[in-house]
Write a protein of this length. Sequence first.
Length: 171
Amino acid sequence: MRCIKIIFVFCVFCSGIRAQQVGSIAEGQAIFIYNFTKLIAWPETRKENQFIIGILGNFETFNALKEHTKQKSVSGRNILVKYFRKASEVDACHMLMIASSEMKEFASIVGKAETESILLIGEKIGAIDEGAAINLLLVGGKIKYEMKSSNLTKCQLKYVSQLEGLAYKKY
């Protein structure tokens, strides 16, 4: 069964996700965010009872992710999706997607991400340079991602090679 899941993730990432195929960009982002949980490992110190995914400033993606992760888990842990209106509200989470409208807040979150092993995900050109490990982009009508492995390792996160191999761009 695990092999089938990995093959599915591989197929989704290889082809990209057409925004019109899933109904919206937010739904496509939700699918990618959830699938990243299968390709990244957090340190033992982050093995809490719940797996927490935070969304800063993008309510549509928050709603889509909340719907997409119903009845799903990460390594046997229930998923809790949290919405944050501003950077000062951000608290403990394993992943944090920062909306393009909140890019000005990136610098204030990067240090916290590194010390607390939070995967930072952006959605705007330049997010990788600001400290995001993964950046979701719309390329030719498809959602794709770029990644910077050094930003993952700064946060003590490990990843399977497919994550890098399937990235639209690697830095």
